[in-house]
Design a protein around this ligand. Sequence first.
Ligand SMILES: [Zn+2]
Length: 275
Amino acid sequence: MPIPRRYTTEAIVLSRFDFGEADRILTLITPGSGKLKAIAKGIRRPTSRLGGSLEPFAELQVALARGRTFEVVTQVSVGHAWLNLRDSLESAATAWYLAELADRSLEERHAAEPIYILLRHAYGLLDAGMAPGRVARWYEMHLADELGMRPEVDRCAECDRMLDAEGRFRWVPQLGGVLCDRCPGPGHDRAGLSLDGLKLLKAYQRLDIEAIAALRLPDAAEREVETAMREFIRHALEREARSLAFLDEIRSPDGRPGSTTVPPPSDEAPIGGRA
Ligand SMILES: [Zn+2]
């Protein structure tokens, strides 16, 4: 069935940049049409009816008209805004990072309902005050799952042997997960993964989010799993997320203090304007 020329959909803004004198181009994720680019004409004029509603960190209802290059936004209203998420710079920077991963994972105009739901859920968790690092790891793990790249954390990715607690492990994203110590493989020179790290990776895969929120963990295991999952995602998406540089800068204890406003990401410059 052909898609009608005008339609209304739920959408979340993944990124945006200003275009021309008063327009803005947005990358949206929608449940039914996946990722799409839309132009909001005249939105930067004070008189624009689209005005302040077409913002990130909210689930929107947008009316779109199909265009040759971009959809054209004709109307927008806010369905649900995650307002608390914006109060913490780390939560907001994490939200941009999650949006960037969704953006990079999707092709335009391919249905993406599971990833839409995942992003919406993650924004709800950030909004509710869950530790941003936990939300990010949970999201990365489930995103990999949705992309058909579920990390192997139960069996050796090379020889298929069940990993046992007495063994030693290595994390090799190129092979899809954990290697046992009997397999030389291309990861023989890699640093080991601790048993705590392995357990935490399993927890992100198996536990529901409430149980993950309640976990008490050594910092070292959290850091190890952060490194492991970032590397896994970088390998899966074939590049580093630009928004990580900003996220890491605001978290760095010896970095410059972050500003209290989150710079909007754009397709032209990385967040914070840094290369
Ligand atoms: Zn093995």
